[in-house]
Structures are given as structure tokens and as C-alpha cells.
Design a protein around this ligand. Structure first.
Ligand SMILES: Cc1ncc(COP(=O)(O)O)c(C=O)c1O
Length: 420
């Protein structure tokens, strides 16, 4: 693992040797998120010799991940999700090109699989016996699924209010599920306490420094898919993504910075973070020009449970992802999020859960506010599948009419479909 040179505190910049600390900077407690540092020259030399792995999914980019080249990895296919060009959307909103990256196509149906795959690989390499996480649902499902693929036990803390499909996913994968009578933030703290008490390996987002490293693979894929040629990369102008804890946008940023450092792309695209109006801690801080380190928890209330975070755990990296790339934060209402579910599905065939539809709602809003140039190329990152939260999707569509199985009786209703 000589290509990993250290872990740098996002608050004070102090750098620790690999293995010296496990999760956070000891000087800054749970706020001291660490950023994995690499020796890009060494990585470039290795890639010069061996190239990227000729496999499907995230392990293609193993040379840029914080695990040994020969480390075993879980068998599920993670990543390699489709990037669809949506010319109809681009035309409708007056943007040069729009691409939809459908990360709901991962094995447990969200982008979180990218992080959990890496975390499970690390747990295997370190001989850890039990992995744990707190989650709004998707990170938990991802950890439960990836761990199940290598028969590793999990203990999962989710808010009791998490959507049923997400909780069911956990139980089906055989996770030890604890439904916390409280918010995601409460579940997070409880999981940290339990981690310390029982010595499990903790995947908590914005606490374990490696989650963003798994998620960064989505940026490699986007830029490679844009050229249509394996081994060649090109950056879009803008990537737009929904934000709760800020770990996904931090991962997207990290992947772009990696590629820039290696000379694979000639510039880092601007990043647009979309938050729900009812959970807009990062937006508020960005808008007010405040320091994310000083952020105080807020009450949250949004239908998009996956982006509901009163104190975004990766707030420092998430803020930098936007400010360092000349991007923006914006908010969308629950009504806009719900409306975006059928809009995206009907424009592209991609069914998103509320938190992922928030990206699309943000794309429409940003376009309406003149955020994009007419020739701009924008990638919208759809982070989770709509089947995760059918109850929310149902609120966004009308009921289907019931008809008799008799054609004559059903005909008036059928005729009504196209107004004939
Ligand atoms: C589907 C989906 N979209 C977006 C997000 C937001 O990611 P983050 O909390 O890292 O900002 C999440 C996180 O749970 C998610 O599950």
C-alpha cells in the first residue's frame, strides 16, 4: 500500500501515517474527518506498466484505491452503471448536453455500494469480524449486502422511521438491525458509542475516511464513459448531485482531483450540490459564507430521507467540493422532489428515490434560474433506485383506473386514455 502516503485532517491539515489513526483526527474528535493522501507519481508509474485492470466495476480502478493490489474483494458487481445521454431533457431545459448517471443500478440499488464494497474489502484485509454502520437506510443496505456476499456479520443502526423497503433489505441480507427511536443523527452517535464499546469496524459516513474513496469511483466512470473509450477520460463542465452528509459530493470531488493529478482530465468540473429545503445545513452555511467547521445541528424535515442530515458529517469536504470548483449549493422543496420522480422517469426511463430525484429537481431548477450556459455539458448523478421508497413515489402519481376484464365494458376507459 505504498501508494497511500497518509491521512490528512480536513480541519487542521495534520497528516497521520497510514495505520497511525483509524477514523478521525484525535485533535478534533468526531469532527476531524480525514482525507486519504496518495503518491500520484507512484500510481502513474504503476499504471504505465500495468494499466487499469481489465475488469468490470469499481475494481478496475484498484490502483487508485486504498487497498493492496492483491487484496481480495467482495464478489458483487459494484459500479459500471450506465451513463445515458438525455437529448430530450437538454433541449427542454436549454442546456448543451445532459447525461444521467444511473447509480441506482448497483447491487443494493444505490451509489452507497461503492463505499461499502471498499469498506468490506478493507475489513477482510484487516481480519475484522463484525462491521457496523448508522445510516438513513442506503448505506446500511449497501453494507449489509456487500458483507452478506462474503458472510461477514453486520450490526446496523437505522432510524425507526426509515422506509420499509430499506429496512426489509437489511433483514433479508441477514443484518442485525436496530431500529433507533430517534433521528439519523441519534443513530449515528449510538453507533459510534457501540463501535467503541464492542470494537467493531465502523463504516459511518463522514467518520470512516474510506467511504469517500469508494464513492470517488463514480467520477472515474463518468469521465471514462464520456469518451466511450476504455482508458481515455474527459471531464464534463458540471456534475450535479444531491447532498445530505456531503460524503457523495466529497467522493465525486476526490475522484476528479485524482484524475486531474494524474493528467487524465485537463480541468475539474464545477460541482452543484442539491439539498432539500427542509435539510439545508450546507446550503445555509454556503449562502451565508460561514465556516462549515462552526456549523450547528438543525432540525430537519423532508420526504427525501436519504438527504436528511441535521449536521452533515462530511461538511468540510462537502463545502470545499463546491467552493473549490466554482460551483453552487441550491435547495429544492419536497413538492419539487416528488414531482421530479415521474418527470425523470418519463423523460429518461430512470426511476429514482426521493433523494436521487432531488438531483433532477435541482437540475430543472438550476436551468430555470439560468445557472447553465447554452452549450454546457452537465452530468446528473442519480444516486438511488425508486423502488427503495414506493410510498413516496405513489404520492407523485395518480391512481390507475380499475376496469372490467370485459373489453366492451373497459372500452370507454381505454378510449379515455388518448382522449378519443
Ligand atoms: C440515494 C441517496 N442520494 C443522496 C445521498 C446523499 O449522500 P450524502 O449523505 O453523502 O451527501 C444519499 C445518502 O444516504 C443517498 O442514499
Amino acid at each position: 500500500m505504498e501508494h497511500v502516503t497518509g491521512l490528512k485532517c480536513t480541519i487542521c491539515g495534520k497528516t497521520y501515517a497510514p495505520g497511525e489513526v483509524e477514523y478521525v483526527c484525535p485533535d478534533h474528535g468526531n469532527d476531524g474527518n480525514l482525507d486519504v493522501q496518495y503518491n500520484y507519481e507512484l500510481i502513474a508509474d504503476r499504471l504505465q506498466e500495468d494499466g487499469l485492470l481489465d475488469v468490470r466495476g469499481i475494481w478496475r480502478y484498484k490502483a487508485l484505491l486504498p487497498i493492496a493490489y492483491n487484496a481480495p474483494t467482495p464478489p458483487l458487481l459494484v459500479g459500471d452503471t450506465p451513463l445515458y445521454r438525455a437529448d430530450n431533457v437538454a433541449k427542454e431545459i436549454g442546456v448543451g448536453k445532459v447525461w444521467i448517471k444511473d447509480d441506482g443500478r448497483n447491487p443494493t440499488a444505490s451509489l452507497k455500494d461503492r463505499a461499502s464494497a471498499l469498506l468490506v474489502a478493507k475489513a477482510m484485509a484487516e481480519g475484522r469480524k463484525i462491521v457496523t454502520t448508522a445510516s438513513t437506510g442506503n448505506a446500511a443496505a449497501a453494507l449489509a449486502g456487500l458483507a452478506a456476499s462474503v458472510q461477514m456479520p453486520t450490526v446496523i443502526f437505522v432510524p425507526a422511521s426509515a422506509p420499509e423497503a430499506k429496512i426489509t433489505q437489511l433483514l433479508v441480507y441477514g443484518a442485525n438491525v436496530l431500529l433507533v427511536d430517534g433521528t439519523y443523527d441519534d443513530a449515528f452517535e449510538l453507533c459510534l458509542g457501540a463501535t467503541e464499546k464492542y470494537g467493531w469496524y465502523c463504516r459511518n459516513t463522514g467518520y470512516n475516511p474510506y467511504t469517500a474513496e469508494g464513492k470517488k469511483t463514480v467520477s472515474y466512470e463518468i469521465c471514462e464513459q464520456l469518451t466511450g473509450k476504455r482508458g481515455l477520460f474527459r471531464a464534463p463542465d458540471t456534475i450535479i448531485v444531491s447532498v445530505g452528509d456531503g460524503n457523495i459530493i466529497a467522493g465525486v470531488h476526490k475522484g476528479l482531483k485524482d484524475m486531474y493529478a494524474l493528467g487524465w482530465i485537463d480541468r475539474v468540473p464545477r460541482l452543484i450540490g442539491v439539498q432539500a429545503e427542509g435539510s439545508a445545513a450546507l446550503y445555509n452555511t454556503w449562502k451565508a459564507g460561514l465556516d462549515p467547521v462552526e456549523m450547528q445541528p438543525i432540525e430537519t424535515n423532508t420526504i427525501a430521507d436519504s438527504i436528511s442530515a441535521g449536521l452533515p458529517r462530511d461538511r468540510v469536504k462537502a463545502m470545499r467540493a463546491v467552493t473549490e470548483t466554482g460551483g453552487i449549493y441550491l435547495t429544492v422543496s419536497d413538492e419539487e422532489i416528488l414531482a421530479a420522480i415521474p418527470k425523470l422517469a418519463q423523460a429518461t426511463g430512470v426511476f429514482a428515490e426521493p433523494a436521487a430525484a432531488a438531483t433532477y429537481a435541482g437540475l430543472l431548477k438550476a436551468a430555470g434560474e439560468g445557472v447553465f450556459a447554452p452549450d454546457e455539458e452537465v452530468v446528473a448523478l442519480i444516486t438511488g433506485n425508486g423502488l427503495k421508497d414506493v410510498a413516496a413515489a405513489q404520492k407523485a402519481v395518480r391512481q390507475a383506473p380499475k376496469v372490467s376484464p370485459d373489453l366492451a365494458e373497459a372500452s370507454p376507459v381505454i378510449n379515455g386514455i388518448f382522449g378519443s
